[in-house]
Design a protein around this ligand. Structure first.
Ligand code: PTJ
Length: 270
């Protein structure tokens, strides 16, 4: 299918361009068909949070970077959507923090694994875990394809970053004693509620932010970073993230009332 050119002055240009990246990823087998639906859901939640990174999400991102930098064996899990949207940023984060990338697909197909691998390599990744030729083990608590994990990656990780995830794995990883960081635009999802730290933001905004934070924080004492991560209160974070959605909706509702009043006033005076 021919890629559409989004007009530079289109009011929704950024969102449409991101959508095009997902469609292109689907055509290259990087993104699962269900990944298109997942993206649509993400777009809807992005609208609800005002399509910008909140201070709360920044705090969560800072705690998340602290957890990754201070971990013994951190791993960044990569699925189709994350790869299509932020392959370069994932590679940068992996290099900045020493956390290897591990391909872990819910809708596994060999051609998808190959497509994600190719895309990560093209983005500059040197060490990629989770491929079919690597030693693997299974997470007994999980029945989905995600149960197969790399022996040198998620299997022995203490901290796992799971961007844009389906529900059950976060619970299983927590049950295994791992510290889970999720990036999810939906603060009410099962992943969001079960993670240790949930960054409620769009992966396309938050990965560059995390890379900046990794550079800024990488020389901070390990104990200080560990404390930042462990003191993060995810219940309060999610509650505040939901409140931000409500506040945004309130201000949108008020804006529409005042637009309506101005129109009525304008009609009365014309
Ligand atoms: O590539 P695979 O086979 O591993 O499959 C990946 C998907 C995403 C299809 C799979 O994990 C899945 O079905 O996920 P869900 O259950 O649809 O959940 C995806 C979550 O990510 C939802 O809560 C969305 O709101 C959220 N989301 C979607 N796009 C973004 C996002 N969160 C952050 N940034 C986004 N751009």
């Amino acid at each position: 299918m021919k890629k559409i050119e989004v007009p530079p002055d289109h009011p929704r240009r950024e969102s449409l361009e991101v959508r095009e990246r997902v469609i292109e990823g689907h055509e290259k087998h990087i993104v699962a068909t269900a990944g298109l639906l997942a993206h649509g859901r993400g777009e809807a939640f992005d609208y609800l949070i005002g399509e910008k990174t909140s201070e709360q999400a920044r705090r969560a991102a800072r705690a998340a970077v602290a957890a990754i930098l201070s971990a013994d064996n951190p791993v960044v899990s990569v699925n189709g959507n994350a790869c299509a949207l932020v392959a370069n940023d994932l590679v940068s984060l992996s290099k900045a923090t020493g956390a290897p990338l591990e391909i872990n697909l819910f809708y596994y197909a060999r051609e998808r694994e190959d497509a994600v691998l190719k895309s990560l390599r093209r983005a500059g990744a040197e060490r990629i875990l989770g491929t079919h030729d690597r030693p693997s083990t299974t997470i007994p608590e999980l029945s989905s394809n995600r149960r197969k994990v790399d022996t040198e990656g998620i299997a022995r990780a203490d901290v796992v970053l799971v961007p844009l995830e389906d529900g059950d794995r976060t619970e299983a990883l927590r049950a295994l004693g791992k510290f889970v960081i999720a990036i999810d635009l939906n603060p009410m999802s099962r992943t969001a509620t079960h993670a240790d730290i949930t960054i409620v933001d769009n992966i396309v905004r938050v990965l560059p932010l995390m890379n900046g934070l990794a550079q800024e924080m990488k020389d901070q004492p390990r104990e200080e970073l560990k404390r930042m991560a462990s003191e993060f209160d995810n219940r309060a974070n999610l509650s505040e993230s939901i409140r931000l959605i409500m506040a945004h909706l309130e201000s949108e509702a008020s804006r529409h009332i005042s637009l309506h009043e101005n129109t009525v006033e304008g009609l009365a005076t014309s």
